[in-house]
Design a binder for this molecule. Structure first.
Ligand code: GLN
Length: 488
């Protein structure tokens, strides 16, 4: 990652990124470009460097922010009409931490409205185009963030992953995308989709950049009581400031060194690992190119001395159904706050208060948002709660247990991210079930709270990016990133 220093100014880095963002305007990546704000911040960092003052580990690094992270810079709309005009009075913890280290947000990225979707076609601002083929979708919901990194506009971008929204667009565009263990990064100040599966994560070009960002962004936050204790044992979070204290890295190998503000670290190789392959995923619904990419990686892992373990995980076939009950239920609850009174857009057509609520929500939500509100309220309704929500919750427990059992037999699991590479724009947008099926390999991790890293794995003959997903037990995020280097 290029960091500002005596030779390269932060202003240069930021101006270059902004220029590239404009150059690629036809991809529809950004919902807002932070020109003034970013250049002002860059100048402040350059002045610090000129005075010889200490700057952060991300000094002057331009990054892209998914449009569902709250910050006062630009409107936070989650790419939804109903949030149009909403300027946040608060800053999300993740943004605060990144910017405390000197990172500079150059723009907000396009996404499926409220993160509902797998293609970024559900955005109020129209779709983002795929970095490898402009006729194809960027993936979603964090499509803009993935393409911003893939086209090299920024060094990294933020994302949220409730059921695959980081890993799938990462794999569709050929970059790294990490969905950490649930609770690793604070969700404070991020527009909620489904609170029990929402995770904050990143898109990067290398595993080392991912490692650094996780080091910075993770840790317990008093403003999000689901956050877990330190990821690396480095971030010391208090309510008002994020200090960095020096401690040994989590699971440090002999050759690794404690962080010292940007010095290159060397990992010792992870040897003789047991890699699980899920037999149930090797079937006709997965495109041959993806199965082949998986086979090639299996051979290469074997030749590096790792052991391949075949896993039978029959419960995973229920993950998609359970996900599309539990997640809409939580969505219906989380979206009830958008009433036209408190945030953003308000319908003009309002003869009384009820009509104001109704018209605001009817005009402000996208069709996919409405579909999920309907499904969510249905599965939670008194007549159907036991038949749907409760059953899905039980299936979720079985999935958690199935993964626990699997990780007794292996250290990591390698699977496709999705059954297909990027599909054509418009191909699935009117067929919700076909769109939901795209998520069949990603959602189980969210239900179980496990970390998953999408790893770029080459291209198809027609030039589309391919990705594989490395899954680890809870809290194995660091080892997962480390092991991904075995797959390069
Ligand atoms: N594609 C999945 C969905 O539509 C995941 C979305 C997400 O992770 N935000 O629910």
């Amino acid at each position: 990652m290029k960091v500002a220093n005596q030779k390269v100014t932060a202003e240069r880095l930021v101006r270059d990124a902004l220029e590239k963002a404009k150059h690629f305007a036809d991809y529809n990546i950004f919902t807002f470009l932070n020109e003034e704000g970013a250049i002002k911040k860059a100048k402040e960092i350059d002045a610090k460097i000129a005075r010889g003052e200490k700057v952060g580990r991300l000094a002057g690094v331009p990054y892209a922010l998914k449009d569902n992270f709250l910050s006062p810079e630009g409107q936070t709309t989650a790419s939804a009409h109903i949030l149009e005009g909403f300027v946040s009075p608060i800053t999300s913890t993740a943004v605060e931490k990144l910017e405390a280290e000197g990172a500079i947000m150059i723009g907000r990225t396009n996404m499926d409205a409220f993160a509902h979707g797998s293609s970024t076609e559900n955005s109020y601002f129209g779709p983002t185009l795929n970095a490898c083929d402009k006729n194809c979708v960027a993936g979603g919901s964090s499509g803009g963030s993935a393409v911003a990194v893939a086209l090299d506009i920024v060094e990294f971008a933020t994302g949220t992953d409730t059921g695959g929204s980081i890993r799938q667009p990462a794999s569709f565009n050929g970059v790294y995308g990490l969905k950490p263990t649930y609770g690793t990064i604070s969700r404070y100040g991020v527009v909620a989709m489904a609170s029990s599966t929402d995770c904050i994560g990143f898109f990067t070009k290398t595993p080392d950049d991912m490692d650094l960002l996780m080091d910075i962004a993770s840790g317990q936050d008093p403003k999000d009581l689901t956050t877990l204790p330190d990821y690396y044992g480095l971030a010391n979070v208090s309510n008002s400031s994020f200090e960095t204290v020096s401690r040994e890295p989590y699971e440090a190998s002999e050759e690794s060194e404690p962080r010292d503000g940007g010095r290159e670290r060397t990992w010792s190789r992870m040897e003789n690992c047991r890699i699980g392959i899920i037999k149930d995923f090797d079937n006709e619904s997965v495109r041959p190119e993806i199965r082949q990419a998986l086979k090639n990686k299996i051979e290469s892992l074997k030749s590096k001395g790792h052991e391949i373990v075949e896993l039978e995980m029959p419960t995973l076939k229920y993950a998609l159904a359970a996900y599309y009950i539990i997640v809409p239920a939580e969505i219906a609850s989380n979206l009830s706050r958008y009433d036209g009174i408190r945030y953003g857009f308000r319908s003009e057509k309002a003869e009384d208060l009820n009509a104001l609520y109704k018209n605001t929500r009817s005009e402000g939500f996208m069709p996919e948002n409405k579909r999920r509100i309907m499904i969510g309220n249905f599965v939670l309704s008194s007549g159907f709660y036991d038949a749907y929500f409760l059953k899905a919750a039980k299936a979720r427990t079985l999935i958690v247990k199935e993964y626990e059992k699997a990780f007794e037999k292996c250290d990591f699991i390698l699977t496709p991210v999705s059954p297909n590479p990027a599909f054509k724009l418009g191909e699935k947008v009117n067929d919700p079930v076909a769109m939901y099926l795209e998520d069949m390999m990603s959602v189980s991790l969210n239900l179980a709270g496990l970390p998953g890293l999408a790893i770029p794995t080459g291209k198809t003959e027609s030039g589309l990016a391919l990705g594989l997903q490395l899954v680890g037990p809870r809290r194995s995020d660091k080892s997962l990133i480390e092991f991904s280097k075995e797959l390069i």
